[in-house]
Design a protein around this ligand. Sequence first.
Ligand SMILES: CC(=O)N[C@H](C=O)[C@@H](O)[C@H](O)[C@H](O)CO
Ligand SMILES: CC(=O)C(=O)O
Length: 307
Amino acid sequence: MDPLAVKNLTGLVAATFTPLNPQGEINLSVIGPYIDYLIEKQGVNSIFVNGTTGESMSLSVEERKTLANDWCKKAKGKMDHVIIHVGCMSLKDSQELAIHAAQIGADGIAVISPSFFKPRSAEVLRTFLQEVASVAPSLPFYYYHIPAITGVNVLVRDLLEDIEKVIPSFRGVKFSGSDLMDFGQCVSYSQPKWSFLYGMDEQLIAALAMGANGAVGSTYNYIGSNMNELISAFEKGDIAKARTIQFKMQELLSFAMKLGFDLGVNKQLMSVVSGLCLGPPRLPVMQCSDAHALSIAEKLRRLFPEH
Ligand SMILES: CC(=O)N[C@H](C=O)[C@@H](O)[C@H](O)[C@H](O)CO
Ligand SMILES: CC(=O)C(=O)O
């Protein structure tokens, strides 16, 4: 089947953590149970692999290929969408990963802006994305916007101008920015096959009001079931309930942020909540203490007692 004909990407997408063993090497044995956990315990049926949460920029190209292959293989027949993030500082590396993603049967690829040398305009960024997309023309293509990390602040709406003419496989954006006006302008320009997925989990409800088709984020790994309830409540028009869930989630994050919430903490929190052994992060991200993650997990259980 033509992958470009598949159904739109909607709903919750978990940005997966990369399992490492205590020595810091990738640990594929966790991936199967991880997929089952997301489906059975969180009701999350799509994943975004090797993104920010997956520490992609700290992995080698070979490691990224090995991980992408294993996630795709083990998710086959179980998950709706496996999106592989293939963005790198080097266009060549990104292209190599895009070709690889097509070979292993990924459902789509996403690309972040390069950020060491930054594209100086939306047009230059669009050309970079085009060069990556063109080597895997049969794969749905998503731009991954995360300006707080890349420092690349082009308006996504500007990037979208006539993008389907240069990237026929273009299917949407993972928007991890706080500019909801830009987000709204993107949604209002959207075309039927496109998906706009929001990426700041703490303000998902605002993006839903603006027309988001779904969301990609790290917290959906461990509070996916609650955030699924938020989306259902929103869709039924029960805004008060949706807001209550969002506020609880914000209370959790604000508690975690006061303790210094970073990827190391986030990864350890997922290990504690899920019981999966995700191992340490890789430097420069630092491992967090068990006590630290346990106190956030305790807060999570108090806010969402079903855990
Ligand atoms: C910087 C970062 O990792 N952003 C994630 C995705 O874009 C989010 O899912 C956040 O982890 C989440 O919104 C918590 O701040
Ligand atoms: C949140 C997300 O999409 C990422 O970690 O890449």
